[in-house]
Design a protein around this ligand. Structure first.
Ligand code: PLP
Length: 353
């Protein structure tokens, strides 16, 4: 498919101070759009100036939440620009699409379209070891109808946002509240899809945890209320003397690309990584026995997020004296070196633009 291009009359001013970028607040000059309707399929791929879009108030996405999204980044290393495993994002987009009755996209075409957009916007990618260009592809249902059924027409968009370092003052451990009241999703629900609705379900819990002084929540399963699932927008890993473990993809956990990459990296180094059911009681016991060495979260935004404290029903679990663990630190450096192209990664992980 051909990608049309509509040029902007005037380019925006770029933000110079990367430390004041924050996350998702500024947007670049251009965006990618593509429409779907039942007669033509996906069509009219175009790169146009970033601007407001117009929708009828009856557009289905505004009422029934038929929307999905993705998140990845472009990294700059001098003149070189890299994407990290973008094919995985569009594969996951298709799995999310399938769950929400959205027609599949051509994954290879989408990687090419993204490369074209990033190349056009490469001057927006911060020249920094920590800041990067956040990429948000998403799909919304746009039929102007109120009947509850899958929409017949869709809009796919990619917008770009230069974003500052996740840790302004360097990698730092976070405090996490283990959620025992609210549930994000259950097996059979939308949890394995990157759907906007999952985040709507999580906001109340996040607000209450922040009020109590925690930066994130850890979800436990909605059925037994005992097995660990994941953190707000991160998967979670536990390090013991013998192994590194992470909850298995149970049907209510988002399959993170960082999670997958960390598992592959650790295994390639001969480390023992297990994916299985992990109960919160097991973690409490390991901690009591002094066998819990590190906990860390994984996700595109923070890469690796060391956990200094878990709080569960009145019990504080202080991990590694609230300090960054050896493995967390190693994985952070290793993965960011690969993402920024400072080090050669496994085949297909670094896509140069
Ligand atoms: C996006 C996301 C993750 C992390 O996935 P990555 O591909 O590693 O960025 C984890 N959990 C949830 C709920 C997410 O939405």
């Amino acid at each position: 498919m051909n990608i049309k291009f509509e040029e902007r009359e005037e380019l925006k001013e770029k933000i110079k101070d990367v430390n004041n970028l924050g996350f998702g607040q500024y947007f670049t000059d251009y965006m990618f759009l593509m429409n779907y309707d039942e007669d033509t399929g996906w069509h009219d791929a175009r790169i146009v100036p970033y601007d407001n879009i117009s929708l009828p108030p009856s557009a289905m996405c505004l009422h029934y939440g038929q929307t999905i999204f993705e998140g990845l980044k472009a990294y700059r290393n001098g003149d070189k620009v890299f994407l990290f495993r973008p094919d995985e994002n569009f594969k996951r987009m298709n799995r999310s699409n399938d769950r929400l009755c959205i027609p599949p996209i051509d994954e290879e075409f989408m990687v090419e379209a993204l490369k074209k957009l990033i190349d056009l916007e490469r001057d927006w990618i911060p020249d920094s070891k920590e800041a990067s260009l956040y990429i948000r592809p998403f799909v919304i249902a746009i039929d102007p109808k109120l009947g509850v059924h899958p929409s017949g027409s869709y809009l796919l968009m990619i917008i770009l946002s230069p974003s500052g370092p996740y840790y302004k003052d360097g990698l730092a451990p976070i405090k996490i509240y283990v959620e025992d009241k609210y549930v994000r999703t259950v097996k059979g629900g939308l949890g394995t899809a990157k759907a906007g609705g999952n985040y709507a379900a999580s906001l109340k819990s996040q607000v209450e945890a922040e009020e109590k002084g925690f930066s994130q929540v850890l979800w436990i399963d909605g059925v037994n209320r005992k097995y660990i699932e994941e953190v707000g927008s991160m998967n979670i890993f536990f390090v013991t003397e013998d192994e590194i473990m992470t909850p298995e993809l149970s049907g209510s956990i988002l399959p993170g690309i960082t999670r997958k990459s960390i598992i592959e990296l650790l295994k390639s180094e001969g480390k023992k990584v297990v994916e299985r059911r992990i109960s919160i009681e097991e973690i409490l016991t390991l901690h009591k026995e002094g066998k819990l060495l590190e906990i860390f979260g994984t996700g595109t935004a923070a890469v690796i997020s060391p956990v200094g404290e878990l709080f569960y029903e009145g019990t504080e679990i202080i991990v590694n004296n609230g300090e960054i663990g050896e493995i967390s630190n190693y994985l952070y450096n290793e993965l960011t070196d690969i993402q920024w192209g400072r080090k050669k990664g496994p085949e297909g992980w670094q896509v140069e633009v």
